[in-house]
Design a protein around this ligand. Structure first.
Ligand code: DGJ
Length: 335
C-alpha cells in the first residue's frame, strides 16, 4: 500500500512538474506534455498560424560505431523526422512522426540504414504546401545529398519526393532560410565539407535554381543556422569534428548571395570554445517579440545518441549588430 502511495506521489510530482515548467533549462532532459523526452535532434522550427512546430531527427535505440570507419562514425538506425507543437516554446506536444523511415526497401533514401539529418520545414504561401528539406546520406556519408518531402499539413504526414546533389554538388549539413520576400535559400556544407554553398530554391521550394553561390571557401564549416537582423544576414556554424563539439563562429552578409565575412565566436565565457558542449542547428526568431532570437543547438552524446540534449540560449545583438550567445542555467522566453 505504502509503495503504491509513494509511486502515486512521485507520479503527481512529475506531472505537476511538467505542467508548471517555467524555464528552459539548457542541457536537461526536456519532457513533452506527455512526460516523454523530446526526441527531435538537429532540428528546426516553423511558425505557422500561431503555433510553433519543432521538427527533428528521431534518435532511438542502440548507438553503434560503423565498423572500419576511421572517424567517430557513431549512429542509430535512422528513425525519421518527429514533430512537436507549442504556443509558448516551453511546453511541447508530440504530434507523431512527420516523415517515417523505411524498414523494407534497403535501397530507399529513408531506409533505417541511411542517414536522415537536420530536417527543416518551411511553408510555401503560393502552393499552400509545407516543404521539408533534409540531409540524406549513406552510412559512410559518401552519398551526400539533400532530400525533399512535401505535405498539406504542418504536422505531416510528409510525402518523400527524392534526393538531389544540388547543381551536382555534394550536400551534407544544411539549413533552409526563408527571407521576408518569400524567397528561400538552401545553405549546405559541400565539397567534402570544406566549402559552404547557398542556393536559391525555386518558387515552389521543391528544387534548386542555378543561383548557387560558394561561401566560407575552404573554411570547413558545418551545422549552419541562419537569421536576419536589421537587414543583415547572420550565419552561425561549427567546425567539422564529427559528434564532438568545437567553437562556433558566425559570418555576416548584407546581401544573402553576396560577400560573407567571418567574425569569430559569438559564445562568451566558460565553455564558449565548445559552444557549451553543443553544435548549432537553428536560430529561431520569437514571434511578436522584436529582435528576440533563440540559438538552438544539440549537445550530442555520441555513445548514446538518444540521450543527446538540447541547448537553447538567447541570442542577443548589441548596437553595432554584434551577436552574443551567453550561457544560462535556466531562463524564460518572454512571449
Ligand atoms: C556532424 C554533423 O553536424 C551532424 O549532423 C552529424 O552528421 C555528425 N557530424 C556525424 O558525425
Amino acid at each position: 500500500m505504502m509503495k503504491r502511495l509513494s509511486a502515486l506521489w512521485l507520479l503527481m510530482i512529475c506531472m505537476t512538474g511538467y505542467a508548471q515548467q517555467k524555464h528552459i533549462v539548457p542541457g536537461s532532459v526536456w519532457h513533452d506534455t506527455a512526460g516523454n523526452p523530446v526526441n527531435a535532434h538537429g532540428g528546426g522550427i516553423l511558425y505557422y498560424n500561431g503555433v510553433y512546430y519543432w521538427y527533428g531527427e528521431i534518435k532511438k535505440g542502440v548507438t553503434w560505431k560503423v565498423p572500419n570507419s576511421n572517424w567517430e562514425n557513431y549512429r542509430v538506425n535512422a528513425g525519421g523526422v518527429s514533430c512537436y507543437t507549442s504556443r509558448d516554446l516551453l511546453h511541447w506536444t508530440y504530434k507523431g512522426v512527420a516523415l517515417p523511415s523505411v524498414t523494407t526497401d534497403s535501397t530507399a533514401d529513408l531506409h533505417i540504414s541511411k542517414v536522415i539529418e537536420r530536417p527543416k520545414v518551411i511553408y510555401n504561401k503560393k502552393t499552400g504546401k509545407f516543404v521539408m528539406w533534409m540531409h540524406i546520406d549513406s552510412q559512410d556519408y559518401s552519398y551526400a545529398r539533400s532530400g525533399v518531402a512535401v505535405s498539406d499539413k504542418p504536422e505531416g504526414p510528409f510525402r518523400y519526393i527524392g534526393s538531389v546533389r544540388p547543381n551536382g554538388n555534394m550536400a551534407r549539413d544544411m539549413t533552409i532560410f526563408q527571407d521576408d520576400n518569400g524567397k528561400a535559400y538552401h545553405f549546405y556544407s559541400s565539397e567534402e565539407n570544406q566549402t559552404m554553398h547557398i542556393c536559391e530554391l525555386t518558387d515552389d521550394y521543391l528544387s534548386h535554381t542555378t543561383n548557387d553561390h560558394r561561401i566560407l571557401i575552404q573554411q570547413a564549416r558545418e551545422a549552419p543556422a541562419v537569421c536576419k537582423y536589421n537587414n543583415r544576414f547572420y550565419l552561425f556554424s561549427s567546425g567539422c569534428t564529427g559528434w564532438s563539439p568545437n567553437a562556433a563562429s558566425y559570418a555576416t552578409a548584407d546581401n544573402i548571395m553576396g560577400q560573407w565575412t567571418e567574425h569569430g565566436n559569438p559564445c562568451k565565457g566558460t565553455d564558449a570554445d565548445s559552444t557549451y558542449h553543443a553544435q548549432s542547428t537553428y536560430v529561431l526568431p520569437v514571434q511578436g517579440k522584436k529582435d528576440t532570437y533563440i540559438f538552438m543547438a544539440d549537445r550530442w552524446n555520441k555513445l548514446n545518441l538518444e540521450a543527446s540534449r538540447y541547448i537553447w540560449l538567447p541570442l542577443a545583438f548589441d548596437q553595432e549588430g554584434k551577436p552574443a550567445i551567453l550561457w544560462k542555467d535556466k531562463w524564460e522566453v518572454k512571449n
